[in-house]
Design a protein. Structure first.
Lengths: 395, 204
């Protein structure tokens, strides 16, 4: 069987990014192993990152952005695989709320990812082949530990801010909890301190879809030269529904038919929504590693910040000096406002400084990635106020 | 939950009662105007709770630490003695359980500052006594059927409640219709008739 026989140029490019990315990398050798929650150590490992702006002389202006489940480090530059612009260019850039003229903005591909940081598609030095499922299970705390080592690598003692949405928001909360003194300000958007049962359920559907695809080959598809295209795209289709609201879906697609006047009395993509989801599924395969999807979803499922503190979420933030900004969206049913409110109440109970805004939007969970002026103004106000307190802006 | 649209003459009085550099929680902080005033003039470490999402978002955009919440149900999340002052300005009358709220203020703060419109003011009394109608004034602009102010009280009523919850009145200021302070040595009954609003500094 020829290698990558089912591949496309873009999938080849994707594999290239996993092992030899366009982004700068930091390699942590045998002298700096990463102790994982699972009890094993990972060594060596690599973190790929992007940065924007300049680090100031006293290294006090660094903002770490934590990306979401299927995001990556390409926050504000053209993506090397898809050719699309950065995923948070609405928020990050010169003169934007996260102003790259003022701040040094850093974003790393999470551990377990597939855009250059060590993940299941990386080469296991012990075997010379991809890790696949031999990579230990990664948790949100493990991702944060790896990011902390990257931040240390830059000689940054305290991040001015850590910001992220969804899985990125989980990392923000983990940062603020376990590395409290290293975080001056924290912005957690459309997230929660735990993954709900319903969210775990959706992830399990996605994982089962990937693993049920015969081309998955027990995770060894890279050597087999196959692509579990169907499985991963079905996983993405199911997940994508959870990122949108019913209102937004109905407004965009309604019951409209796709390039036809009548239903075909078959199982073709008659409806626009079907066609849209199929497209979302297929294009996801072109840019994301299937095993990495398993690892990322698992990391989110395992996240439960209160459980790490005997069920008391407030204890996760005890004595915190960090300033918090919590943002939720009215139509987000994946991480509903109640999850954010729980975090805000825990922060109150811990005596922490917290702002909590719920943004009126009918665009569902994905609203945090979209043009939401009210979110921008809240984040802008919060960041500017924190910058004044940190001496980065005149008072 | 700010339910008074008139320029807030009580803000200056409240600011005069707050010690510089203290830690302050403003319950029902509206768009954050008072918190911002206290931060600018008194250098306080301020937090806010506000019921309306619009007020919260405006406050956060101003750079204030404000969360969406309800004075009646969400004060229980704050630890005992977490603040030097807890302020409830022009909000008491809009709460469902004012006595419980006052108790919570005194649990969370070393001191509580409460300002409220005085329903014992002569204009209010006149409106009821002469016209036989619920008062609608520039300070109390709502009709009876759409008002958020469900628990009006008079200065005398409030003084009674402070005794019931075991609060000590450290100082009190009554403002007349022009926003001027009434004479300090006047009896409560005089304030109750001529004070349009009152500001109380309470201690546990």
């Amino acid at each position: 069987m020829t290698k990558a026989s089912q591949s496309t140029p873009q999938i080849d490019q994707k594999s290239q990014e996993a092992t030899n990315p366009h982004s700068p990398v930091v390699d942590f050798g045998a002298d700096r192993p990463l102790h994982l929650d699972s009890g094993v150590s990972l060594s060596p490992f690599r973190i790929a990152y992007q940065s924007y702006g300049e680090l100031n002389a006293d290294k006090s202006n660094a903002i770490l952005i934590c990306h979401a489940l299927t995001g990556d480090q390409h926050v504000a530059n053209v993506h090397p695989v898809t050719g699309k612009s950065g995923w948070w260019e609405t928020l990050v850039g010169p003169g934007k709320p996260i102003d790259t003229d003022r701040y040094f903005v850093l974003c790393s591909n999470v551990l377990g990812g597939c855009l250059g940081s060590t993940g299941p598609a990386s080469i296991n030095p012990e075997t010379g082949m991809a890790y696949a499922l031999d990579l230990p299970v990664i948790t949100i705390a493990d991702m944060v530990r790896a990011q902390a080592m990257l931040v240390d690598h830059f000689g940054i003692e305290q991040l001015f801010a850590v910001i992220g949405g969804s899985m990125g928001g989980m990392q923000v909360l983990e940062w603020a909890s376990s590395h409290s003194d290293k975080v001056f300000a924290a912005v957690a958007i459309a997230t929660g301190a735990r993954h709900s049962s319903q969210n775990i359920a959706f992830h399990e559907v996605g994982r089962q879809a990937v693993m049920a695809d015969p081309e998955w080959k027990e995770g060894r598809y890279l050597e087999a030269g196959t692509v579990p295209r169907k499985g991963l795209s079905v996983a993405r289709m199911a997940a994508h529904i959870t990122y949108l609201s019913e209102t937004a879906l109905h407004r965009k697609f309604g019951r409209n038919l796709q390039d036809r006047q009548n239903v075909t009395f078959g199982f073709d993509a008659d409806f626009q929504i079907e066609s849209y989801l199929r497209y979302q599924g297929m294009s996801f395969v072109e840019r994301f590693d299937p095993n990495s999807y398993l690892y990322m979803t698992r990391a989110m499922d395992y996240f439960d910040l209160a459980a790490e503190h005997e069920g008391r979420l407030a204890d996760a933030f005890a004595g915190s000096k960090t300033r918090f900004c919590i943002v939720s969206f009215t139509s987000d049913w994946l991480f509903p406002t109640s999850e954010s409110r729980t975090v805000a109440h825990a922060l109150n109970a811990a005596g922490a400084s917290v702002s909590f805004v719920e943004i009126e939007s009918d665009r569902g969970h994905d609203a945090f990635l979209l043009d939401e002026p009210e979110m921008f103004s809240a984040i802008n106000g919060f960041i500017r106020s924190a910058a004044r307190a940190r001496g980065l802006l005149p008072t | 939950m700010s339910v008074n649209t008139h320029p807030r003459v009580d803000f200056d009085v409240i600011a005069s009662l707050v010690r510089p550099g203290s830690k302050v929680l403003d319950v029902g902080c509206g768009d954050g105007e008072l918190l911002e005033l206290l931060q600018t003039t008194k250098g306080i470490d301020g937090r806010g709770v506000e019921l309306s999402q619009k007020g919260v978002n405006e406050s956060v955009a101003r750079g204030l630490s404000v969360i969406q919440g309800d004075a009646d149900s969400d004060l229980k999340y704050y630890p005992d003695g977490g603040f030097d002052y807890v302020i409830l300005s022009q909000t008491l009358q809009a709460t469902r359980n004012p006595k419980n709220v006052l108790t919570e203020l005194l649990r969370i703060g070393e001191k509580a500052i409460v300002s409220f419109p005085n329903f014992g003011h002569w204009r209010v009394r006149a409106s009821l006594a002469i016209n036989g109608r619920m008062p609608v004034t520039k300070d109390l602009p709502y009709s009876w059927y759409d008002t958020p102010n469900i628990h009006f009280c008079t200065i005398s009523d409030f003084v009674d409640m402070t005794k019931e919850v075991g609060a000590h009145v450290e100082s009190a200021v009554a403002l007349n219709a022009l926003g001027a302070r009434l004479g300090f040595n006047m009896p409560w009954g005089f304030w109750n008739l001529f004070g349009q609003q009152a500001v109380f500094l309470l201690k546990r």
